[in-house]
Design a protein around this ligand. Structure first.
Ligand code: XMP
Length: 529
């Protein structure tokens, strides 16, 4: 195991991710972790970057016992400065100018000379002038006495340093980001060749470990409740809970009346018959649609109504389930709430005060009922979306579901641009279903990040079967994106759009025109409301 000590850089989690990609197991802990409390000895330690300056009074510092572990240590950015600070606290100077972006690294090799050969190992298989990504305000002014330079850039004379006799290394750039194309080679050199960490970590090991962790956390009688949406994150989290504690995990699907066509039924079949999850489906369509009636011009109001109603229903149901479970089994109270939070949902980076200090949780599945007094369990919080998909496949979740496009909590209510009525829901659903069906049939589903049909609150004139009609307009939206922060519309070919348009106008009563949204994000958003 490699121990990653986190000083709060926005990239810290990428370090553990890259190590996982190398099949090396790692654990990330706050930088203030006491080594004596660790309970295990790492094969190596990585000190991450961070937003502080080591000479600030309130700057976080690593437990000096790290340097007594007698294992290799790699300091990245702040980690390099922390290492230099530890060895000679006069040498870290503030950089004259912030360095942010690409730089070209020149490796200095030392052979078997002064430093015994080990310093060259970090940059094995690196060529000169390799592109690296810099993001720092401080840089070293002088080398600590025991160190030598192992890499430079035109702006940073100490872009890489190595201890003369110990396996301690510091680098000013970030090897964990994709903007440093050879970064993974460096991490492999460190973790596998220098630390000799094992390369046997796999997703199925993660499953075993996580199941073990959940069992310990929840105890032999503990019960967990969690909302599922039919999306990949909540399904994977639910399946993991099922594997860990069986029916003591209670999944709840709230049918809010604005799910996709036949969604509640499909999710129920997949989760219960397919995955064996203990699921309760609550059809609350009427309550939701009742409250949405008359709301026209304020999308945020729709969101609020749906969010609040969801919490209300979820709480009612949790009470019922708790009472029943308590009566019919030896199980304890429901103390835990499952959330399928992923790493990118963890908005702020982890602070050095400890993982719980600054993390905000994402409110994808309806939001977290705060006054329920439940403890959070978040088995996916270390993972990125593609890792969750891999985990899903590993848990036997159908491929179709694993690759599903994201779907917003307020559902098609925010894709019906006017008032949400049962009739408008029907039109939006049917059109959406045709669009997605055709995307799948054309083999385009995985090329597109998110696609849907929106229903515009306007009428246009058309002619159908010699009759003049005055019906509504469907707007199709399909985007490609990696992070959903920016997105581009998908360039379908004309024949495809023609087919979708013909089918929607012919098959969906109430629609006489179809348009395609060619707005990127920004300035548009992905959803239309
Ligand atoms: P926008 O429209 O902001 O969407 O470009 C970015 C991503 O977020 C989803 N989205 C939501 N998800 N509740 C959610 O759970 C919401 O209120 C909501 N609004 C947007 C959207 O579908 C896209 O994936």
């Amino acid at each position: 195991t490699i121990l990653v000590l986190d000083f709060g850089s926005q990239y810290s989690h990428l370090i553990t991710r890259r190590l996982r990609e190398l099949n090396v197991y790692s654990e990330m802990l706050p930088c203030t972790q006491k080594i004596a409390d660790l309970g295990w000895t790492p094969k190596g330690v990585i000190l991450s970057g961070g937003p502080y300056s080591v000479y600030w009074d309130d700057a976080p510092h690593v437990d000096p016992a790290v340097f007594e572990l007698n294992v290799p240590i790699l300091g990245i950015c702040y980690g390099l400065q922390e290492m230099a600070w530890t060895f000679d606290n006069k040498n870290v100077l503030a950089g004259e100018k912030r360095e942010y972006g690409h730089a070209y690294l020149k490796v200095e090799r030392h052979g078997d000379g002064e430093a015994g050969g080990h310093v060259d190992k970090l940059f094995a298989d690196w060529e000169d002038n390799t592109e690296v990504w810099m993001s720092h305000g401080d840089k070293l002014g002088h080398l600590p006495e025991e160190f030598i330079t192992i890499a430079t850039t035109s702006n940073a004379p100490f872009a890489g340093i190595g201890h003369k006799s110990k396996k301690y290394y510091g680098i000013q750039f970030h090897p964990e980001v994709t903007h440093t194309p050879k970064g993974k080679v460096l991490l492999k050199n460190f973790a596998v060749d220098i630390c000799e960490a094992q390369t046997n970590w796999t997703m199925s090991k993660f499953v075993d470990q996580e199941i073990e962790r959940i069992r310990k956390l929840v105890g032999p009688k503990g019960q967990v409740i969690g909302a599922v949406s039919g999306g990949v994150d909540s399904t994977v989290a639910a399946k993991l809970m099922k594997e860990a504690i069986g029916d003591r995990f209670h999944a709840v699907l709230v049918d809010n009346g604005v799910l996709r066509l036949n969604e509640a039924k499909i999710v129920k079949e997949t989760l219960t018959a397919g995955l064996g999850i203990n699921l309760t489906v609550i059809d609350a369509s009427e309550r939701f649609l009742g409250r949405l009636a008359g709301v026209k011009d304020d999308p945020e109001k729709k969101r609020k109504i749906i969010g609040n109603t969801f919490i209300e229903i979820f709480q009612e149901e949790a009470k019922k389930i708790a009472a029943e479970a308590h009566e019919t089994s030896e199980a304890g109270e429901i103390e835990w709430l499952l959330q399928g939070t992923l790493y990118p949902d963890v908005i702020e980076s982890i602070s050095f005060k400890g993982p719980s200090a600054t993390i905000k949780t994402h409110h994808n599945v309806g939001g977290l009922p705060k006054d329920m007094n439940l403890k959070l369990i978040e088995p996916l919080r270390e993972l990125f979306k593609d890792e969750v998909r891999e985990l899903g496949m590993n848990l036997g979740i159908p491929e179709d579901l694993v690759w599903r496009h994201p779907f917003p909590g307020p559902g098609i209510a925010i894709r019906i641009l006017g008032e949400v009525t049962p009739e408008q829901v029907r039109i939006a659903r049917e059109a959406d279903n045709i669009f997605i069906e055709e995307i799948k049939a054309a083999g385009l589903y995985r090329n597109i990040s998110q696609a849907f049909a929106a229903l515009l609150p306007v009428k246009a004139v058309g002619v159908m079967g010699d009759k003049r009609v005055h019906d509504q307009v469907i707007a199709l939206r399909a985007v490609e994106t990696t992070d959903f922060m920016t997105a581009d519309w998908y360039p379908f070919d004309g024949a495809f759009l023609k087919k979708v348009s013909r089918r929607i106008v012919n098959e969906v009563n109430g629609v006489c025109r179809v348009v395609y949204d060619i707005t990127s994000k920004p300035p548009g958003t992905i959803e239309m409301e």
